[in-house]
Design a protein around this ligand. Structure first.
Ligand code: ADP
Length: 484
């Protein structure tokens, strides 16, 4: 049973126009704990009509919100940040219950998610425009930045809290209104954030949350003319679909899609540090993040040493229900996720890869899977091309810099990449040649609120976090003042 200090944070209704409501047809869907299979609660299964109402409500209040002084908006966002941090433990318990990640990671996610609210509360006051020298003395050019309007967000289950704040915080900071749709598996974190948004003083209608049928809700979000921007984090396949649907109204898009992150260990690297980095990058959230190392390339001279040291660390990982003390690997989100991991492993082994450790469903049953290492992996295997999104570390061997850069870039994705090396000229060259939106050098973890998170190629459009993330929610207006 999920026991919270603040029981008001566990909601079984959606939040539209400042009211807690059920679906029009009273249908509901269960929210399950992936570690136990137990039903935590049920939530409304909403569709098109409720989404349309939420969008209308957001539209009704957006202009007034945008007119308020930035400092006022900033203060309300700051309240929201403070409330989230004051309820960090409960919010972490909710994440672990509905999603499965270990509590320590959930606490980290709450703080990470809140950091975007803190950052954008500060940045709200710094939406600067420009004046530009005009082509004639009788003219002046002013460039102002204005909020896009009403935005819709669709978010995944792997970071049920932080993926929402990363999108909503900059939007609210600059004066947009929002309608969010969390993943069906993890609506409870989203609803809890709405409870605290209301308490923080965010006006009714400014933050709305609809949960339910993704096709119906996404369909309304992409076909309703009021929505000026859709921001989505999820699979490239669904991103492509939403992009097509948004073409009708030429909506602005923010897309954080799949990744196929390379993690490269050069022969001059500090191998122990590289092993530490690989552990974090690969096994965090049981491998279920879009920036998790998907392909680990190790230079031939240090390959065996790296494999051995990594296997020793993996053997120490404690697997179990994330709510229990010391557990560092929780279950995968559902059966579909386990089936993908199994398919990738079977494919690799059938083409000559060798299992170093793990390789099977865990004895705990359900969706628990053993943290796994496979070696002698080649580019013909599925693990080289597709995002596994699970706890498999495939070890590829490479000869030299040119060889590994070509292999690392040989993918339609371009989100995160990592490499370990000491030689400075190598560090600069490799950082520049990797075709990725983010490069971690001698580190296995990259994301923070002050830096621009995002991908190139088919990994997406736009950036989240940092000053660049603010621009994604602003329109530029050029005003030419002419003397008469
Ligand atoms: P995953 O396979 O990791 O669940 P998805 O891309 O399917 O990734 O899901 C990410 C988000 O996209 C979730 O909130 C999900 O409900 C939503 N989603 C899935 N299909 C659609 C769709 N056809 N229209 C709108 N949203 C969708």
């Amino acid at each position: 049973m999920l026991k919270l200090t603040n029981e008001n944070l566990l909601k079984s209704q959606c939040y539209i126009d400042g009211e807690w409501i059920d679906a029009d047809n009273a249908e509901t869907m269960d929210v399950l704990n992936p570690a136990t299979g137990e039903v935590i609660t049920s939530v409304p299964k909403m569709g098109q009509a409720e989404t349309e109402r939420a969008i209308t409500a957001a539209n009704a209040v957006q202009k007034n919100w945008a007119k308020r002084p930035a400092k006022e908006r900033a203060n309300i966002l700051r309240n929201w940040f403070n409330l989230i941090m004051a309820n960090q433990e409960d919010l972490a318990q909710i994440i672990t219950a509905e999603m499965g990640k270990p509590l320590a990671e959930s606490r980290g996610e709450v703080a990470y998610g809140a950091s975007y609210i803190e950052w954008y509360a500060e940045e709200a006051k710094r939406v600067y425009g420009d004046t530009i020298p005009a082509p004639g003395d009788d003219k002046r050019i002013i460039v102002m930045k204005q909020p896009i309007g009403v935005i819709a967000s669709i978010t995944p289950w792997n970071f049920p809290n932080a993926m929402i704040t990363r999108k909503i915080a900059p939007a609210l900071a600059v004066g947009c209104a929002t309608v969010m749709k969390p993943a069906e598996q993890t609506p409870l974190s989203a609803l809890a954030l709405c409870v605290l948004a209301e308490e923080a003083g965010l006006p009714k209608g400014l933050v709305n949350c609809v949960v339910g049928d993704p096709v119906a809700i996404g369909g309304e979000m992409t076909s309703n003319d009021i929505i000026r921007k859709l921001t989505f984090t999820g699979s490239t396949e669904v991103g492509r679909l939403l992009m097509r649907q948004s073409a009708q109204h030429i909506k602005k898009l923010g897309l954080e899609l799949g990744g196929n992150a390379p993690f490269i260990v050069f022969d001059d690297a500090d191998i122990d540090a590289a092993v530490e980095g690989a552990m974090i990058s690969k096994y965090r959230n049981s491998g279920q993040t879009c920036v998790c190392a998907n392909r680990i390339y190790v230079q031939e001279g240090v390959y065996d040493q790296f494999a051995e040291k990594l296997a020793a660390k993996v053997a120490d990982l404690k697997i179990g229900n994330g709510a229990e003390d010391d557990v560092v690997q929780g279950p995968l989100i559902d059966d579909k996720a386990v089936a993908k991991v199994e398919a990738h492993l079977t494919d690799a082994v059938s083409k000559g890869a060798e299992i170093v450790c793990g390789g099977q469903r865990h004895e705990l049953g359900r969706t628990f899977f053993e943290p796994t290492i496979v070696k002698n992996v080649t580019k013909e295997m599925k693990v080289a091309r597709e995002e596994t999104f699970g706890p498999i570390a495939p070890l590829f061997r490479f000869k030299d810099d040119a060889d590994v850069i070509a292999q690392a870039n040989d993918t339609e994705y371009g989100l995160a990449s990592y490499f370990y090396a000491k030689d400075m000229s190598r560090v600069f060259r490799v950082a520049e040649e990797l075709e990725y939106g983010m490069v971690g050098v001698n580190t296995g973890i990259l994301s923070n609120e002050v830096a621009p998170f995002g991908g190139i190629k088919q990994s997406g459009l736009g950036r989240e976090g940092s000053k660049f993330g603010l621009d994604d929610y602003l329109e530029i207006k050029y005003v030419l003042l002419s003397e008469i």
